[in-house]
Design a protein around this ligand. Structure first.
Ligand SMILES: Cc1ncc(C[n+]2csc(CCOP(=O)(O)OP(=O)(O)O)c2C)c(N)n1
Ligand SMILES: CC(=O)[C@@H](O)[C@H](O)COP(=O)(O)O
Ligand SMILES: [Mg+2]
Length: 632
């Protein structure tokens, strides 16, 4: 990696000639494969944008020119070229560089991303800002064909096309979202990619009519008009031209010279421009090309074989969800599974293979997915929308307005609920209780283990109202499966009894509560552990019993404290005139949690058995002293 060693900034890239840039691209690919094989990460998307990123930093003047990376999972090459290559040992690691653009890392990271389809809006905002201040710079959104299916992207195209802001949208079309891309836009782009016919048809028409003497020219003019109307159907980019963009492309996204020439052309254009580039996800590494879904976001892997390096472990909550949904769907023909471009991540691949007519992938369109589910439910189906907690944030109003207000029986299978680890702030699923709990008609559950997830899915199907089941990005505990039977709605579960302290916990925090109880047992302190199970409705009878039991109550949740499960318990106790001073909440304070392993982040947040047991001892001393004084 001789050339790569010399790269410390975009200026050093600009000094290279064409051959050197090609060599640099090869070295970057080797670098990415070597580093990501150790840390894990979004290898496929980044291998696909090596030439694009070299050309971008060759032609434009970052950070004066603003480059916004949509989703941002493909920004590793950008980070390598902007002085961070020596930090890749710590990619996505605790206190290491993020896998997404972070403004605090570099002046070249001009906007933070992680959720899809935001880049055009952000870049357009920056372009308009430049116009208002008479500042000369280019504003560039790099967006994938998958992200382009997101509603926000289309809203921004609609706005940009109507104005004269100097915005450059680079559409990185690799025919893939995480899975193969879906939808009419994707089909259109495929036609544009693979459409030799139009140009041939145009030449053939002209040649044919030119052969006909005299009338030929008249007919040729008619044919011109036909050709123009044909253009509206086939020619590259007409869709974008019609939206007010200057369309350039499609061009080979792995040819640096072509890219640079096109970007130079785009720089001279006024108003909104869309450059359509064609790339291959995983370019340069066969296993990633052959398995773009796996290598979209991969854990550590063996470079020679491309096989993930994984310890044997029990099935994940996601896998149990997917298998159970198939089991339920075999009995209930009304079950429909919906994903927003994440069939693998949400465990729906088996369902899609077994019930293709009852599986819907809407693309990166969570808002649409929720209201689509509402429509299906209105017609008597049982739609199950499997979605990551963080991405359901996109569909908040649809959950409230289209599902719960009409009390429609939609099931929200909320995966990645809790800390997700290396994706960090933009992906932790730690806000869904807060943004859902206040919505009337909605039931919210969280299982303590994978077996209870199965029971909750069965419970949800037995209800005729909206239900959310939230579960973590974790492996299960290897609990043997039992037959599916519904739980009693709104009932907590008593796990163990102890006279000194009560801990009420949800999800994986129940396991932690047991660990705390074991630590305290060794200190002669005995703990009652309650599995919260239902975040809404709460188990009022249990809470009354606990609140009047004369013991402090600790509430554990891997979720924001603001508006979380502990808040719900406090609100309930206050509304019942119970003594809320007995309650102490443990969860995520009012801050964003960065990336790292889940264990590192739990340690940082004080959500460990040792730390909570220490707090319990301290609290009990104060609590008992206070009560002694009060009783005198
Ligand atoms: C709102 C939202 N939904 C889902 C995701 C998960 N996600 C991350 S990347 C991706 C696919 C992006 O496809 P594309 O834009 O074509 O980029 P590529 O990976 O092909 O380079 C998805 C669905 C997300 N980041 N944000
Ligand atoms: C970039 C993005 O949003 C997805 O690729 C996400 O990183 C997937 O997360 P999981 O690894 O939890 O499926
Ligand atoms: Mg793509």
């Amino acid at each position: 990696m001789t050339l790569l060693k010399t790269i410390s900034s975009p200026e050093t890239v600009k000094q290279l000639n064409a051959n050197e840039k090609r060599q640099l691209a090869a070295e970057i690919r080797d670098f990415l494969i070597e580093k990501v094989s150790k840390t894990g990460g979004h290898l496929g998307p980044n291998l696909g944008v090596v030439e694009l990123t070299i050309a971008l930093h060759s032609v434009f003047e970052s950070p004066k020119d603003k480059i916004v990376w949509d989703v941002g999972h493909q920004s590793y090459v950008h980070k390598i070229l902007t002085g961070r290559k020596d930090e890749f040992e710590g990619l996505r690691c605790y206190k290491g560089i993020s896998g997404f653009p972070k403004c605090k890392e570099s002046e070249h990271d001009v906007f933070e991303t992680g959720h899809s389809s935001t880049s055009i809006s952000a870049a357009l905002g920056m372009a308009i800002a430049g116009q208002l201040r008479n500042e000369e710079y280019h504003s560039i959104a790099v967006i994938g064909d998958g992200a382009m299916t997101g509603g926000m992207a289309l809203e921004a195209l609609n706005h940009a096309g109507h104005g004269d802001a100097n915005l450059i949208v680079i559409l990185n079309d690799n025919e893939m979202s995480i899975a193969p891309n879906v939808g009419a836009l994707s089909n259109y782009l495929t036609r544009v990619r693979t459409d030799p016919n139009y140009s041939r048809a145009k030449d053939d028409i002209e040649l044919f009519f030119k052969k006909i003497p005299a009338i030929g020219n008249t007919m040729l003019k008619t044919a011109e008009r036909i050709k123009d109307s044909l253009k509206y159907l086939f020619v590259s980019g007409m869709l974008f031209e019609e939206l007010g963009f200057t369309y350039l492309g499609p061009i080979d996204g792995h040819n640096i010279e072509d890219l640079e020439m096109t970007f130079q052309q785009a720089k001279k254009c006024k108003g909104p421009i869309l450059v359509h580039i064609l790339t291959k996800k995983g370019q340069g590494y066969e296993p990633a090309i052959e398995n773009p879904d796996l290598f979209h976001g991969v854990g550590p892997f063996c470079i020679d074989t491309g096989r993930p390096i994984k310890e044997p472990c029990p099935p994940s909550f996601t896998q149990v969800f997917g298998e159970t949904l198939v089991e339920l769907a075999e009995k209930d023909p009304n079950i429909i599974a919906i994903t927003a471009a994440m069939p693998t991540g949400t465990g729906l691949k088996a369902f899609a293979q077994k019930f293709p007519k009852r599986f819907i992938d809407v693309g990166i369109a969570e808002q649409h997915a929720v209201t689509l589910a509402a429509g299906l439910a209105r017609q008597g189906f049982r739609p199950v929308f499997a979605v990551y907690s963080t991405f359901l944030q996109r569909g908040y109003d649809q959950v409230l307005h289209d599902v719960c207000l009409q009390n429609l029986p939609v099931i929200f299978a909320i995966d990645r609920a809790g800390l997700v680890g290396q994706d960090g702030e933009t992906h932790h699923g730690v806000f869904d209780i807060s943004y859902l709990r206040h919505i009337p008609n909605l039931t919210i559950m969280m299982p303590k283990d994978e077996e209870e997830l199965r029971q909750m899915m069965c419970t949800a199907l037995s209800m005729q109202s909206p239900v959310a089941i939230r579960y973590p990005r974790l492996n299960g505990y290897g609990i043997p499966q039992s037959s599916l039977s519904p739980l009693l709605t709104g009932k907590m579960e008593s796990i163990r009894q102890g006279k000194d302290l009560t801990i009420v916990a949800i999800g994986p925090m129940v396991e932690l509560a047991n660990e705390v109880a074991n630590v305290l047992d060794g200190k002669g302190i005995h703990t009652t552990v309650i599995n919260g199970r239902f975040i809404k409705p709460l188990d009022g009878a249990m809470l009354h019993n606990l609140a009047t039991g004369g013991r402090p109550i600790f509430v554990l949740e891997e979720h924001a404290l603001q508006g979380g499960f502990g808040s719900a318990i406090l609100e309930f106790m206050e509304s019942e005139q119970l003594d809320t001073s007995v309650v102490r909440r443990f969860g995520i304070p009012d801050e964003f949690v960065e990336h790292g392993t889940r264990d590192q982040l739990l340690e940082q947040l004080g959500l460990t058995a040792e730390k909570i047991a220490f707090q319990a001892q301290k609290h009990l001393l104060e609590y008992n002293a206070y009560n002694k004084t009060a009783s005198l």
